[in-house]
Design a protein around this ligand. Structure first.
Ligand code: SAM
Ligand code: SF4
Length: 322
């Protein structure tokens, strides 16, 4: 499937829920969160139906996200169904890691291709302050258990001035003795993220290179991968930077997003997209759903515009799925 600018769209991110067991202050407010009513959320069967139509349209890779995808009930059923459909580039999940350990068996059984774990701090007090919960231990336990099982892991960290800028070296060190990639993601001005100060990737790279030596760019990366990955002297894993603000990768964007309510969102920053839940519930057949998806995808915007508006879509990150 190609968009109006000829970009190949082959990656779908599915948000399974807007609920989360953490309250990362740059993502989700502590209070006043309007949780979507249950009947507005796509059932797992509806989600599988859309995924199957998407596969026929050329989607090769799925990432499950949220909210926190692991708070969704009966996840094993969905994982199994996606595995049966068969996505050539795999089904992945992005999680805060707090509930991961008890889900590892079902994730492995469904041939999960990789797990991204969001981890912004290695200090229990900072974790508590940032997320509202004392659960760093559970996240680290899950990281080590998943690693020992040989699951492909990536740690994603959002550096924020005054919050975790003094521990970026410790976080990068997670990639030293293990084959785990650590990626630093620039904070985007979405929802509560607007209240915090982003640290540009180039600044982080300089700090890390002063400690670890010069990084060498990896040339094996797929073009559509937004992360720039680097080999680091004496490191088992790699260090990466995702820089949507300082180095936008819109020209090679290959992704679309399905929100938990069944809205197909074409760009993280823009409100554009199409409601798929209504036609699904009005018994649209696969051909009708495919037509709706194809015509929406043709309208995908050329690029995000965070810098101009500073605001973008007013949905919070927790509703879109990152
Ligand atoms: N709960 C899961 C987790 O934390 O991994 C999945 C959903 S969360 C919205 C996905 C990712 O978005 C997390 O890595 C989080 O750090 C990131 N995120 C949230 N708000 C952000 C923002 N304003 N800018 C950049 N990344 C953000
Ligand atoms: Fe929850 Fe993930 Fe947002 Fe943190 S970043 S509040 S874990 S959805």
């Amino acid at each position: 499937m190609r968009d109006g600018l000829g970009r190949q769209i082959d990656y779908l991110r599915i948000s399974l829920t807007d609920k989360c067991n953490l309250r990362c202050s740059y993502c989700m407010p502590k209070e006043g969160v309007n949780i979507i009513r249950h009947e507005r959320i796509l059932s797992l069967e509806e989600t599988v139906r859309i995924a199957s139509v998407m596969r026929n349209l050329g989607i090769r890779k799925i990432r499950l996200t949220g909210g926190e995808p692991l708070v969704r009930k009966n996840l094993a059923h969905l994982l199994h169904a996606l595995d049966e459909i068969g996505f050539p580039d795999g089904v992945y999940i992005t999680t805060n890691g707090t509930l991961l350990k008890e889900h590892l068996d079902e994730l492995e059984a469904a041939h999960i291709a990789g797990i991204n774990i969001s981890l912004d701090t290695l200090r229990p007090e900072t974790f508590c302050r940032l997320t509202g919960e004392d659960m760093l231990g559970s996240v680290l336990d899950a990281v080590y258990e998943a690693y020992d099982r040989g699951i492909r892991l990536r740690i994603n960290c959002v550096p924020i001035r005054g919050i975790n800028d003094d521990e970026l070296i410790d976080i990068a060190n997670l990639a030293k003795d293990r084959r785990i990639d650590v990626r630093f993601i620039e904070l985007m001005p979405i929802g509560c993220g607007r209240e915090y100060e982003r640290i540009p990737s180039c600044e982080i790279r300089k700090i890390l290179e002063r400690t670890f030596g010069t990084f060498t760019a990896c040339d094996d990366e797929v073009k559509a991968q937004p992360a720039k990955m680097y080999e680091v002297p004496d490191f088992g894993g790699r260090i990466g930077f995702i820089s949507p603000m300082s180095e936008p990768f819109c020209a090679s964007c290959n992704r679309i997003r399905l929100t938990a309510e069944g809205f197909l969102k074409l760009c993280l920053e823009k409100p554009d997209g199409i409601d798929l839940r209504t036609p699904l519930r009005e018994n649209a057949d696969d051909a009708k759903l495919a037509d709706l998806i194809i015509s929406a995808v043709r309208r995908k915007a050329a690029s995000h515009d965070f810098s101009a508006s500073g605001a973008g879509d007013h949905k919070k990150m927790v509703q879109i799925g990152g």
